[in-house]
Design a protein around this ligand. Structure first.
Ligand SMILES: [Zn+2]
Length: 452
């Protein structure tokens, strides 16, 4: 009897102990998860990764509309009679420019395609092309013929990228879709010039296009502070391949193979090295030139002054002003200087609209006085180097549109211009052999082109 009661008490005791240990374990586990969530570590390997096409995304404004919502609105559409056909042989041809707010259905409607056919065209091809991806300013060619109410001829073409064209036509009452490659011609271009007022102006003076200029500035924005590091008399050199269509129009430039920019008289030389795994720039010794953080985290071609220190004496880092200012027109895209996680996004006193990105356990960057943030960007979101995070403005304590940029090391703002950032990968022995040979051939090409 006594032994029985004793066992029951012991049993209850152990039950309570094990339940409380279990509860303790659960809450500890939860606590650990919280710690892990807020301390996302980014390895240096990870943030040296760099993807050039991302920088091009802001060149064009994309209209993205839900395909299911492409209901044709009857009112306010331009009457077809206001458009004059380009040619009428046996069919009518229209070239329609895409305007803001347009969608594919509206464009077909403008050309005079009726609602049912328009629906068939879009629905039938939605596995071949996402019709919500059309760009303002692009043109769509539409030719068609109705016999009575029946569509008997159709030929739609839309150039969806520099190298591809979407073709839709009618064959035996069946709508056919294809995406064809446009044949392009290649031309190697070498250009050099001396900077009088700004790199931008010097490149324009050499007849280089906006795309080439932005590409050059983007590549150097890891190493160069474009507001402060370029002086009169500095030089640039660039070698790149341009792709032209049969009309002679440049539709694409390849990543430049060689770039040189003098910054305060010191040359920075970049050679492109392509392998199966990466496509990056290296100096002549095979040292990677892609940095973990950018010195100019903004579209540098739009900076208001060429060599800022003399024109903007108040802009720049000093003991009182713990950041760098980049004066640029309102609306200029601002880039994430490196890969990281959004730690703060919102209004922040005198900083106005402000974003802070945490890159690793040591570095953070902050961006202030923004006009607006990139839509859909939230605290905790991961961003990649070069992603657009917002736009230049003058919110908070600011006298005019500019980006106030801070690099924060161990929670203290530091002077970005004196910062030595870790650079990207270096080439290994086998890669160096190929690389040296590439440089040799490249230099010969340049010499022959300079003679011309
Ligand atoms: Zn500032």
């Amino acid at each position: 009897m006594f032994a029985k009661r004793f066992n029951w008490k012991i049993g209850l005791f152990f039950l309570i102990i094990s339940i409380s240990f279990h509860l303790l374990y659960l809450s500890y586990n939860n606590y650990q998860n919280i710690i892990l969530d807020s301390a996302i570590e980014i390895t240096s390997d990870n943030y040296n990764y760099f993807e050039p096409p991302r920088f091009r995304e802001y060149y064009q404004e994309i209209i993205v509309e839900d395909i299911d919502n492409q209901v044709i609105i009857e009112d306010k559409l331009e009457d077809k009679s206001s458009l004059v056909p380009i040619k009428t042989i046996d069919y009518e041809t229209y070239i329609i420019e895409i305007k803001k707010g347009d969608n594919f259905a509206k464009i077909l409607k403008k050309a005079g395609i009726n609602n049912n056919d328009s629906n068939d065209i879009i629905m039938g091809g939605k596995n071949i092309y996402n019709f919500s991806k059309i760009y303002v300013g692009d043109k769509i060619n539409i030719s068609y013929k109705y016999e009575g109410k029946k569509l008997t001829f159709l030929d739609i073409s839309y150039q969806i990228s520099e190298e591809k064209i979407l073709i839709i036509n009618l064959d035996n009452n069946k709508i056919n879709y294809s995406i064809d490659k446009i044949k392009l011609n290649s031309e190697l271009v070498y250009s050099e010039g001396i900077i009088e007022t700004s790199l931008y102006k010097a490149m324009v003076d050499q007849g280089l296009s906006q795309i080439v200029i932005e590409e050059m500035i983007r590549i150097f924005s890891f190493d160069v502070d474009f507001q402060r590091d370029i002086y009169k008399g500095d030089k640039f050199k660039i070698l790149f391949t341009k792709k032209t269509n049969d009309d002679g129009k440049t539709v694409k430039i390849e990543d430049p193979e060689y770039l040189e920019l003098y910054s305060r008289g010191t040359p920075l030389t970049y050679y492109l090295f392509k392998s199966d795994d990466f496509n990056e720039y290296f100096d002549e010794k095979g040292k990677g030139m892609t940095k973990s953080l950018m010195k100019t985290p903004i579209n540098g071609s739009r900076l208001s002054s060429g060599y800022g220190m003399r024109k903007h004496p108040i802009l720049g880092y000093d003991k009182l002003h713990k950041g760098l200012d980049f004066a640029a027109p309102s609306g200029t895209p601002i880039f994430a200087a490196g890969n990281g996680v959004i730690e703060y996004i919102g209004r922040n006193g005198g900083y106005g609209k402000y974003i802070r990105i945490r890159h690793d356990s040591t570095y953070k960057t902050a961006y202030a006085h923004m006009k607006s943030f990139k839509k859909g960007l939230n605290k905790g979101d991961r961003v990649k180097q070069g992603d657009v995070i917002g736009y230049v403005g003058s919110t908070g304590r600011s006298t005019g549109p500019h980006l106030h940029y801070e690099i924060i090391k161990n929670n203290v703002q530091i002077n970005p211009s004196t910062l030595k950032l870790p650079s990207g990968r270096n080439l290994n022995k086998e890669e160096m052999v190929i690389f040296k040979n590439n440089i040799y051939e490249l230099n010969n090409k340049i010499i022959s082109m300079q003679v011309d």
